[in-house]
Design a protein around this ligand. Structure first.
Ligand SMILES: C[S@@+](CC[C@H](N)C(=O)[O-])C[C@H]1O[C@@H](n2cnc3c(N)ncnc32)[C@H](O)[C@@H]1O
Length: 823
């Protein structure tokens, strides 16, 4: 079928000239119904080959249409019929069918002809009807012939053509795919890379690949692809990514594809999408993204949204359950995307919009134009897309748009959510709950969410815990207390080994509902010393053994534990403890708040300092296992009356604990740096800070809290100083702690509204990325040091020049508060 086209044929400029060249002139040319079946097939075939090379559109040409209709009315032998099918398929001629000609005659065709017909059928009318007939026949013949043969029955070319046709037509769950897999398995070592790539693509598209076969086929492709082109490489990489194959093979192939000259926009977008799905290395991803960025403004919206999706999704499959994706934030790309959004949002479909929204929300990048596009109810969004959009808009705090989506014409009101999966319902519940005032319950959707929880089937032990935690929080935000209780009961019933975040959501939710019974049930389900907390459990044993129940001894024992066992614990010891004590000595706070208690080391230090003037410490910890250990450490130090430990995420606990409480004089932020600003906002909005309160924040350099630091050094209600010191532990990595004094409540909101410059936002992202990396794997002290130095230089480059102080300067700097003015 793909023989070379004769040179003379190539020189023809229209259909008549081709007919003339083939010897059909005058009245004979005008009367194809008089031609023999073989003549018809020969002419159609030649015309199709001419069209393929000349790229001249022919499907509407009157002479071509006459010939094709004549071909439908004659009886063709199998060979000419395959030729005609090929001609019709390659010229994308519509309205002509060969189905009837083939019907009832399949036995006359050889296996290879059936495969060619399958390949052609993709472009013909109602392909699935013909394809299923062909697939049944091939399956029947190959399985029937197996008894008599040990080797392959279908050639690699035939098998790959059949597979490709099935995938293009999306014929799912047909036994033929299993047959083709077996046929290909027998010939993997001798397969041509092009056919292998087509086959892998087809199996992945139909999600029907058996992993060992896929792996062997991928290795066979990698071994034979040295001379293949970009399309084959892209297809194969896409297939590996779609079935979540091992990253290493995919990464090698992406490197090869990247080196191909002139990758098309589609190939680039596919490669980047695949690189994200395969969790490729960041350098390789950055190289590919560099190529995409050069062409981004010429890409189609679908390609562009795939690029955005890939950037947000990179690193999504992290090893530990605690971590989330960090994505790949690129300022230049975001700026270009903003430009596209501003100019072309009217053309967005639901999928394009939600991909972009998801990426912007992942990067905490506000985009009013994008939010406005989502608000217009006219966009036909599927229920899944609505759930993504709602989550993204809530993350970006676009409450107005969310309300618009819930108007009678909006996508939320008109959506039908019955087919949503757990994580999608969770996004919907959390998103709507985050942005909807309690006075405006979201009607039918709220009823659906409640029913979904009550009708949920038994949860498997492998249930998606991040989704469950999000759903639990969403239910409380939507005031669906009975559904929250039901979700908690079902989860405990399933004997799921609770991850910290889910346990924390359940405990803090039960406390909020004053449901002591359920709170205790969750505590009882938690192991005392899970493997991830063995060091912390060891610390408690060590402290109990070597410290005689006084705070000072507990602190020394904890430090000895780190030194003697050569373990590093993330506590504010050493110079950091000196700084905390210096601040406490100067301001003598009555009420202290700590966010990030861990095992209670700094809580004990703060508690023992404020005890002498009857002060108290409230400490928040989101991980119940750590919180329980911390309570035991505090109890052993004899400080249970002074230190109160609250369990839950700061976002949930702070509003609850500050309601009607006496304001705090000292706050110590030791949670994740990217929470600092949000938690500070919660505190100032709820009036939880006393006049002149002092805020100490740890790790503002390493991994860093750039947005927070930028706000604190900007002119406004805070006066801040930064102390450079060494982290606790044997390596003593460089770090900063900030000390800020609140000078009044005026202009607080305005202060928070000012947006940090792009470079600072970029640094914020880098800090978070490093934080997740350190949770997910090991970061060496040398890497931390390099990171800290780079961060410092970047701060200065961003114009962030804090007032640097030494610990001994704090006394005079905080002078106003000396001698306990706050008492
Ligand atoms: C660096 S450790 C705290 C060390 C402790 N302050 C000390 O010096 O002994 C950080 C702790 O904060 C907790 N955490 C992180 N983000 C939090 C949040 N948003 N709310 C409550 N706890 C959080 C973590 O689980 C972790 O135990």
């Amino acid at each position: 079928m793909h023989r070379r086209v004769p040179g003379h044929l190539l020189q023809c400029t229209n259909v008549s000239e081709v007919l003339d060249f083939l010897g059909f002139r005058g009245a004979r040319a005008a009367n194809p119904s008089r031609w023999s079946a073989e003549e018809l097939a020969r002419v159609l075939h030649a015309l199709a080959r001419w069209q393929r090379h000349s790229q001249t559109p022919m499907a509407e040409d009157p002479q071509w249409l006459l010939i094709t209709s004549a071909a439908q009315n004659v009886h063709l032998e199998p060979q000419p019929l395959v030729s005609v099918a090929w001609a019709l398929a390659t010229t994308a001629t519509r309205g002509v069918t060969i189905r009837r000609a083939v019907h009832g005659r399949l036995k006359e065709f050889q296996l290879k002809d059936l495969a060619r017909l399958a390949w052609c059928s993709v472009e013909l009318e109602r392909p699935e009807v013909m394809l299923i007939t062909l697939a049944d026949e091939v399956t029947h013949r190959v399985t029937g012939a197996r008894g008599a043969r040990t080797g392959p029955i279908l050639s690699v070319l035939d098998a790959s053509q059949m597979a490709w046709a099935m995938a293009r037509t999306l014929v799912e769950s047909h036994p033929l795919m299993g047959v083709l897999q077996e046929e290909l398995s027998l010939q993997l070592t001798s397969c041509d890379a092009r056919h292998l790539s087509n086959s892998l693509w087809s199996f992945a598209k139909l999600a029907c690949a058996d992993p060992p076969f896929f792996h062997r086929a991928a290795l066979a492709f990698a071994a034979s692809c040295a001379k293949t082109g970009a399309q084959e490489l892209t297809n194969c990489v896409w297939a590996l990514a779609a079935v979540s194959h091992r990253a290493d093979v995919g990464e090698d192939l992406i490197m090869q594809a990247k080196a191909q000259p002139q990758l098309s926009h589609q190939q680039l977008a596919n490669l980047l999408w695949s690189a994200a799905r395969l969790s490729c290395g960041r350098d390789l991803f950055a190289d590919l993204l560099g190529l995409c960025k050069k062409q981004i403004l010429d890409m189609s919206l679908v390609q562009l949204s795939a690029v955005a999706w890939a950037c947000a999704a990179l690193g999504g499959r992290s090893r530990s359950a605690q971590t989330k994706r960090s994505g790949y934030r690129d300022s230049e790309l975001l700026q270009k995307l903003e430009l596209v959004v501003a100019n072309r949002h009217a053309e967005f479909t639901g999928r394009i919009l939600t991909n972009l929204l998801w990426a912007f929300a992942t990067f905490s990048q506000a985009s009013p134009a994008l939010a406005a596009a989502a608000g217009r109810g006219g966009l036909a969004m599927t229920a899944q897309e609505v759930s993504v959009a709602v989550w993204a808009l809530a993350t970006l705090e676009e409450a107005d748009t969310l309300r618009e989506m819930q108007s009678p014409q909006g996508a939320v009101s008109s959506g039908s959510f019955e087919a949503l999966q757990l994580h999608e319902v969770a996004s919907l519940a959390w998103g709507l709950g985050s942005a909807t005032p309690k006075t405006n319950p979201v009607g039918a959707v709220r009823t659906f969410i409640r029913r979904y929880v009550f009708e949920m089937p038994t949860l498997p032990a492998s249930a998606d815990q991040r989704a469950l935690a999000m759903l639990a929080r969403g239910l409380l935000k939507l005031d669906l207390q009975d559904a929250f209780a039901s979700l908690l009961d079902r989860t405990l019933l399933a004997k799921i080994d609770l991850a910290p975040d889910l346990a924390s959501a359940f405990i803090s939710g039960s406390v909020q509902l004053a449901d002591l019974e359920r709170e205790q049930a969750v505590w009882a389900s938690l192991p005392h010393a899970p493997p991830r907390a063995w060091r912390e459990a060891e610390l408690l044993r060590f402290v109990r053994r070597w410290a005689a129940g006084r705070a000072a001894e507990v602190l020394v024992a904890a430090e000895d534990f780190c030194a003697s066992r050569k373990v590093w614990l993330k506590v504010a010891g050493g110079q950091k403890a000196d700084l905390l004590e210096a601040v406490v000595r100067v301001i003598q706070p009555r009420r202290v708040l700590e966010v990030g208690c861990y095992v209670g080391y700094s809580a004990v230090r703060l508690g023992s300092a404020v005890r002498s003037w009857h002060g108290e410490v409230w400490s928040v910890e989101m991980d119940p296992i750590y919180a329980r250990l911390a309570r035991q450490v505090v109890e052993h130090a004899g400080l249970s009356e002074v230190v109160k430990i609250w369990v839950g995420h700061s976002e949930e606990v702070l509003p609850r604990m500050t309601r009607g409480a006496t304001p705090f004089d000292l706050v110590f932020f030791d949670q994740r740096g990217s929470r600092f600003l949000k938690d500070l906002q919660l505190l100032t909005r709820s009036g939880a800070l006393s006049p002149g309160a002092v805020l100490v924040a740890d790790n503002v350099l390493k991994p860093g809290a750039p947005k927070f630091l930028w706000q604190m050094v900007e002119p406004g209600p805070w006066r801040s100083a930064v102390v450079e010191l060494k982290d606790f532990g044997p390596c003593g990595v460089l770090d900063w702690m900030s000390v800020s004094r609140w000078e009044g409540a005026e202009a607080v909101e305005r202060h928070f509204e000012s947006e940090a410059p792009e470079l600072v936002r970029q640094l914020e992202w880098q800090a978070d990325e490093m934080r997740w990396r350190s949770i997910d794997g090991h970061v060496s002290p040398a890497e931390w040091d390099q990171f800290a130095v780079r961060m410092k230089d970047s701060f200065f480059a961003a114009g962030l020049h804090p007032d640097m102080k030494k610990i001994e300067d704090l006394d005079s700097w905080l002078g106003d508060h000396k001698h306990g003015r706050l008492r």
